[in-house]
Design a protein around this ligand. Sequence first.
Ligand code: ADP
Length: 257
Amino acid sequence: MSKIQALGLDVGSTTVKMVGLDAEGEMAWHFLEQAEPLLENQIARFLERARNVTGPLDGIPLVATGYGRGLVNQATRTVTEITCHARGIYRELGHGGTLVDIGGQDSKVIGISPQGKVIDFTMNDKCAAGTGRFLENTASRLKVSLDRMGPEALSVSDEVSISSTCTVFAESEVISLIAHGVSIASILRGLHRSLVKRMVSMILTVGLTPPLMLSGGVAQNPAIRQMLEEETGQKIILPHYPQLMGACGAALFALDA
Ligand code: ADP
């Protein structure tokens, strides 16, 4: 018999993530896919996947989060990403502080109390600069894959300054820099710096209460982690599965039920 007692589904703008928890709230199963245009079909497929692991889903509470949470008709409840990320990270790390969540198309800074409650937050979901999309677009122009962007950026010490904060203009700037013979690694370093500087200004609007924690898919990028440490002077604390923190938090709310 499956150990899974609760499910969390995070329907993000870039990826869809699902987590199954056992009775103790430990992760027993997880699954992630790139988000597809027909989210309803994808959600149905995720539920089918879960059913293959758990057996019939009746009686297993499911909480949905993420920008597409309203499309999960089967959910017992929906909860915002901010609350879910805070809950997921607090469960794993066991302390408050400042959480930076950088996803594919939005980013958030969340102040978490020592008891795990959200005290303050700010969110950028209006502009691709300051999100994973900013790096992805420009790196694909440079023919560098997602998981090589960070290591490439860290492979050099010279860094070119990218003046455009807009993703579209940054792409044109990158093309012009290549034409001037600037190395791809130096450009990548500059692009990472630009994203990190935007994150730091968001952090300052909420206020930085250490420790600094990181979640979301972009947390897997080592250059972002290193530069965020350099720019804030704070060591970053990383959960085991930064990209799954929202789904974990949702599943913990489901387990409450
Ligand atoms: P959302 O919840 O907004 O859908 P995620 O938190 O899943 O987004 O983050 C997705 C983003 O994470 C992608 O757009 C990509 O930029 C980034 N990402 C995912 N994996 C990696 C990796 N290995 N290295 C660098 N960036 C990554």
